[in-house]
Design a protein around this ligand. Structure first.
Ligand SMILES: [Zn+2]
Ligand SMILES: [Zn+2]
Ligand SMILES: [Zn+2]
Length: 112
């Protein structure tokens, strides 16, 4: 079993109270699906299911290996170097996030 050796990169110990969305998508006027936060610098980015995949792009360009999901009820983190999910329990707080601009389209088939 592979273990992540990048926990010293976790510099964020408290999640923000609320965020406005993926900062890069907001700047470009693009939609995102799910939000992730970089645990090294606190940058909020979008997931790999989003059109722009800003979280993995940020990990590549900055060398920051670890992100955590900001989705409600999700507490997993991901290491882009080891390609594994892990739980990092010493980051506190629950972040309020806006609904995904793509969420409405995705839930359309389930609407009555
Ligand atoms: Zn790692
Ligand atoms: Zn984005
Ligand atoms: Zn970062």
């Amino acid at each position: 079993m592979t273990a992540c050796t990048h926990l010293s990169h976790v510099l964020i110990t408290q999640h923000p109270e609320s965020v406005g969305g993926c900062v890069d998508c907001l700047a470009a006027g693009d939609p995102w699906l799910h939000l992730r936060i970089c645990l090294e610098c606190g940058k909020v980015d979008c997931c790999d299911s989003s059109p722009n995949r800003h979280a993995s792009a940020h990990a590549r360009s900055s060398g920051h290996p670890l992100i955590r999901s900001l989705e409600p009820g999700e507490d997993w983190s991901w290491c882009f170097v080891d390609d594994i999910a892990l739980l990092i329990s010493n980051v506190r707080g629950q972040t309020r996030i806006p609904p995904s601009p793509l969420g409405r389209a995705h839930s359309l088939p389930l609407r009555d």
